[in-house]
Structures are given as C-alpha cells and as structure tokens.
Design a protein around this ligand. Structure first.
Ligand code: ADP
Ligand code: MG
Length: 678
C-alpha cells in the first residue's frame, strides 16, 4: 500500500483502514516516506525496503510519483498494480503521456494494472478477504461480481447492492482502463467458481469485438447484466444516407450488447432486482405468465405491465380451470389474472397456486398480495413459498399496501422470491429473464464466405473518395454478387428511347448526379413509362429541369423491377463499434417509418432473416392481402455479401441499397449509394 497516509480523511488512510478492516489474510505493508507507523502498522520508506514478497501494490501517491513507484514495484517482482491516483489520460496532455509511460513500465515488468484513476478492487472470497478501495461500504460476501468504469458510481453501486441484499464476490473499479478492461474481468470471472452473476457499469468499450467474443462465451454459463451510459458519437458521414439517419447515436452500443448476449438494463434498481432474480430463480422456458392476485386493480395493472414488456398472459388448461373452480369461491376470477378476491387467506392462495404452478401452459408466475388487515400476511407468504419454490418456474411477488410488519416480506426474500412493490418492476424483471432464456436458446450460425470478384471491386473503387458515382457504386456491389435491375446510362432522349426498347417496356427513368442525394425528392425518378413517346418526353423534361443545377446529369433507364416489396439494406461504420448493418422496410419513407433492425459485425447466416422478422412491419413481408410472402432470404443474402465487402475494404464507410425490391423469389437492387473515406 504505497501512499499510506496518516492524515484524517485522506484516501491513503481510508485504503489502509479498509485493507485492515476487511480481515485480509496476508500481510499489509504501508509505505510512507515520512511516517514510521501507519494505523498501528510499521511502515516502510519505499517499496524497496519491504522484506517479504508482495503480490499486489495499491498506489495512492501523487501523480508525478506514480511512475517511479511503479518502476520500483516492477523491480521488486510485484505482478499486480492498482493505481488509484488520478491525473492521467482523463486530463489529456501530460496525463496521457504519463499513462502511456505507466503502460510501458508495466509491460516491461509483466505487471497487470487496474486503473489509473480508479476506486480499487474488492475480493471477498474466503482465504482472500481483500478490500483495496476507499469505499465506505464493505460488502457481504456473495455471488455477484461487478465492474464499474466510474469510481464515484462504484461506491454507490456497492452500497445499493448491499442494500438490495446482494453479496459481492469481487468488485473492480477500472478507471481509465490503461491495461485491465471490463472484457478481461468478464473473462476472468467466467472461470471464478464463486461468481454467479456479472454486473457491468460501462461508459465505453475499448475493444468491442473482443468484448463481444468474451461476453458471448462467458454469458452462456453466467448472466451478464449491464448499464451502458453515454452515447457513442456517430461519424459525420452518418446523415448522408437513410441508414445513418435512422441509426440513432446509441444504436451501435445497444446492438453490440444484445449480440454479445448481455442483458441491458436502464437503472441500478432494475439491475439489482434482475441479479437477485437470476441468482435465486430458474429462467422461464417461455413467455407465458400467470398472475395470481387478491385484488382486481393490481391484477389488471400487472396484466398491462406484462403484456407491455412483451410477455404473454398464460391461458390455463381446462383441467387447471376446473381445479380452480372447485377450490375458489364463486366471485373469484378463474381466468388469468386469477383473482382470489380480498377474503383470500393462506389456504386459498395454496389451493390456487398449486394447480397454476403445475400447469404446462404456465412458464412463470407473478403473485400479487395487497395486504388486508384481517388476513395473516405471514401465513400467505408461507403459502407462496411452499407452493412455488423449487417447482422449476420463476416466481415474483408483488406486495402492496400495509403488510403486517416486514416479516412477510423477509420470509419471501429469504426464500429467494424477489419481492417488488409495483407490478411494472416485477414485469420488467420477468421480461429480462425471458430474454436470458432466448439468449441461451440462441444458436449461432457461421459467417458465410461468398465467391466474389475482388479484383473487379478494387477496380470499381479505384482512387475514388466520398460518395461514389451511381455507376461505380453499382459496379462495386455487383462485384460482390449484389443483383441489380437491368439498366442503361445515356445522355440524350433519343438514346433513352433506344435503351427502353432494348430493355422492354415498362421502364423507369432517373436523373443521376453525384450531388443528387434523394432523387425522388427532386422529381428525378419517373416510373411507369410504357411507350417510346413517354420515355422521350420524360427524358426531355428531366434534362430541362435538372441539367442546369446538376452539370453531370446522366439519364438512367432501368427495367421495372418485378417484385412487390421494398426493403433497405445498409451499413454505416460506427467509429467505436465498427460496421453497423441495417435491414428494414425500404423505399422513400424510411426516415418516417424508422422500422429498421441493426447488427454489428460479424453477422452470421441467421442474422439477416432474424433482423427482418424483428421489424414492426414484419407482417408486410409475409403473405398479405393476396400477395405472396417476400423472399427475405434473398435480401438477407445480399446483406451478408455487403458484410463481406465492407470487411474486405475498410475504407468503405457507408453502403445503402434502397430499395432492394423483393418478389416471391429473389429480388433486385434499383438504387445504391456508397461512401468511401477520403
Ligand atoms: P431515390 O434517390 O429517391 O432513393 P430510387 O432510385 O430509390 O430514388 O427510387 C425511388 C423509388 O422509385 C423507389 O423506392 C421505388 O419505389 C421506385 N423505383 C425506382 N426504380 C425502380 C425500378 N427500377 N423498378 C420499380 N420501381 C422503382
Ligand atoms: Mg433510393
């Protein structure tokens, strides 16, 4: 402990106090250049003077002393540093330089560093009992591991976790993450037997791809719950396409977490409730929930909350219903939500819960109890515990109103039943548990490798930068197997007619220019041209209206695409998270509909179709009003080809095929834009 201080209220003093108070099972060596004793422990002038071997050094020295001390630690053979001291990268300039130097010293001596600018680490495991933080709260040992990117919040998280009854196995505040990152800790905790649930408070990811890889692996056996704060800045190019405009600032991070199998929550309250539920309750098999209540109003509230969270109200089997009918008074509601009415005592709860828990159409239960004065709340709690615990289905309780003391609540909590005050919170927790089930069931496919013409793509890219001319963009995408509708680029009305006759009527005529972003907005897309006269007139009109404004105007005569549904396929490169792919309902209304699903790289062969199926407007892509289902497999294939293209050519910053016109079998692109970094 370097920087051990005698000064009241100093961090150096608090860390020593915590180290001693936590009952750490190894020796603690305070290092203080000036004092001989710190809190009754003999102190050393320098790390060099410590007689025995040292495993971990906690640095609370002034910033300009950190490098010297780190060097001494390295020479002494210490393998771990926790640098609490601030004044590094977070202040920029010399701080950033200092941090780089610290990393070099650590690398030279093969030391791992947590921090700098952090609150420290805690490990409550038996045989360790280490609290190397300056936090005021000493957590109870338990099954939760936590990492916080914010030191100040770390303190609050610890306190609240304890208040929520969660024990903590390990805690780390990673500060600037000069070396050890959240991904490293998740990986480590994946193999730590005492850790059952991992909680993250994260502001940004150093290496998103690595995080995804680690979280996916560890998340299979241990739930990872995250609060991701802050918004990632989108590249300046973003607004140049529909995809960029629709992908909000937070989309990439959200997409990444969900692909990594991390359960994202928005509040610490939700985080702790979910952690407790996952620690104590089984994950539901499906999303069908039964509500058992003794009051109508809360039952309806619970129903709304459950359905609003994407869960379903279970439909009870006839046999359950007849058992309920026999057991309950005539006024009770036998349909879900099952209302036992206010006179329900422990015996009635028992008779209702027993068949409902056993019902094969029920995946989880929410038991509501509004405490009436004449009912023995503790007995009801006992009934809930005895009838529902260890039956293979998750159970949440919601206790409202004046309960007989805290006893009933404690009884439920002690038996691992999460207790909520309001049904919305219970519903949110159940919904997150269902997401966990879906993550566990998710089977991953492989990223397909298409046969493509890379040389042709290289030629199409050439030395171009910025938005590619339409013709180049088309050639580039076509080289990777994106099918385009047949078309000819011409410059005169007469040539347009020849092209149209060649392609076959009807045709679509477009005016193209590098500067013309949304053609239809300027009336530069004319559809439904059936005759030579129509084509000639439309071409003349386009030239008359647009050539003055767009000197490079080209006429593009296209065959009319045969499909009946328009979708959007796109990619924008997120500065932090890499390629972000989009699939949605396409056409000219994308910004209005905003019905787009996202994935970050790498997508596997199943992802694109899952993206289409997740859209609000997904039913439009199914058979609808006499029209056949659209071939989303064909569209998905194109998105995977775009993925291969942008992974092969990192200079491509944005791709948008909108629309890709889908038929019952196959589809064609009729409009594409590509932006290349300059
Ligand atoms: P914009 O620059 O406005 O996006 P598009 O080329 O995407 O121009 O055309 C706008 C709309 O016109 C498309 O969404 C589609 O409905 C229709 N369209 C364009 N080209 C064709 C075509 N070849 N076949 C059928 N419809 C087309
Ligand atoms: Mg378009």
């Amino acid at each position: 402990m370097v920087g051990a201080s005698r000064r009241e209220g100093s961090i150096g003093r608090q860390v020593v106090a915590n180290l001693v108070a936590s009952g750490f099972d190894g020796p603690v060596y305070p290092v203080n250049a000036k004092a001989d004793v710190v809190q009754s422990i003999p102190a050393y002038k320098s790390v060099k003077d410590i007689p025995g071997p040292v495993d971990l050094a906690v640095l609370v020295v002034p910033p300009d002393a950190v490098l010297t001390v780190a060097e001494q630690c390295g020479k002494k053979g210490i393998k771990g540093l926790v640098v609490v001291t601030a004044g590094f990268k977070e202040i920029g300039g010399e701080g950033a330089e200092r941090e780089a130097k610290l990393c070099r010293i650590a690398a030279r001596h093969q030391m791992r560093v947590i921090g700098p600018n952090c609150m420290g680490v805690i490990n409550t495991e038996t045989g360790v009992s280490l609290n190397a933080t300056f936090a005021a709260t000493l957590p109870e040992p338990g099954a939760v591991a936590m990492v916080s990117q914010s030191g100040a919040l770390g303190e609050a998280i610890l306190a609240d976790a304890c208040a929520a009854g969660l024990g903590v196995s390990m805690f780390a505040s990673v500060g600037n993450r000069a070396d050890v990152t959240a991904a490293d800790l998740v990986e480590f905790w994946g193999g730590a037997p005492d850790v059952k649930v991992i909680l993250l408070y994260i502001e940004s990811f150093g290496d998103p791809q690595r995080f995804v890889e680690v979280a996916r692996r560890v998340g299979r056996s241990k739930p990872i719950i995250a609060i991701k704060a802050g918004r990632s800045a989108q590249g300046a190019a973003a607004a140049g396409s529909h995809t960029g405009a629709v992908a909000g600032a937070d989309v990439a991070a959200d997409t990444m977490l969900s692909q990594a199998g991390v359960l994202r929550v928005v509040s610490f309250r939700e985080m702790f409730a979910l952690a407790a539920a996952l620690l104590n309750q089984p994950v539901p098999q499906g999303r069908r929930v039964a509500v058992v209540t003794n009051a109508g109003g809360p039952g309806i509230l619970a129903t709304d909350a459950l359905v609003g969270s994407g869960l379903e109200m279970a439909e009870l089997t006839p046999s359950t219903q007849s058992r309920l009918a026999k057991a309950l008074p005539a006024e009770a509601a036998l349909h879900n939500p099952i209302d036992l009415i206010a006179s329900a005592d422990a015996a009635r709860y028992r008779k209702a819960l027993r068949p409902v828990v056993a019902d094969p159409r029920v995946d989880g239960l929410l038991v509501l109890f509004v405490s009436p004065i004449m009912i023995d709340a503790v007995a009801v709690a006992e009934a809930i515990v005895e009838e529902t615990v260890d039956k293979g289905k998750p159970v949440m309780a919601c206790v409202m109103g004046r309960q007989r003391g805290k006893e009933a609540l404690n009884l439920l909590t002690q038996n691992g039943i999460p207790v909520f005050r309001y049904p919305e919170d219970a519903a949110a927790t159940l919904a997150a548990m269902v997401r966990r089930r879906e993550l566990l069931d998710r089977r991953r496919g492989r990223r397909p490798e298409f046969k493509v013409d890379r040389a042709a793509a290289e030629r199409a890219l050439g030395r171009a930068e910025g938005w590619l001319a339409a013709e180049r963009a088309e050639a580039l995408l076509a080289a990777y197997g994106v099918p385009f509708v047949e078309g000819r680029r011409v410059s005169s009305p007469n040539d347009a007619v020849t092209a149209a006759l060649d392609l076959g009527m009807p045709v679509v005529l477009k005016g193209e220019s590098a500067k013309l972003v949304h053609k239809s907005e300027e009336g530069a897309v004319v559809t439904g041209l059936d005759t030579s006269e129509d084509v000639h007139a439309a071409a003349q009109d386009l030239i008359r209206r647009l050539r003055r404004k767009y000197r490079d105007l080209t006429l593009h005569v296209q065959a009319r695409a045969k499909g009946h549904r328009e979708v959007l396929l796109g990619m924008t490169r997120d500065p932090r998270h890499g390629p972000l792919f989009a699939a949605g309902l396409g056409g000219t209304h994308v910004e209005v509909l905003r019905d787009v699903a996202f994935r970050i790289a790498p997508m596997d062969s199943r992802d694109p179709q899952a993206m289409f199926r997740s859209l609000h407007g997904a039913p439009l892509l199914d058979a609808f009003r006499g029209e056949p289902a659209a071939d989303i497999k064909a569209a998905g294939d194109v998105l995977l080809r775009i993925q291969q293209l942008v992974l092969d050519f990192p200079q491509i910053e944005e791709v948008e095929v909108n629309p890709f016109i889908l038929g019952a079998r196959g589809g064609v692109a009729v409009d594409a834009r590509v932006h290349v970094r300059s």
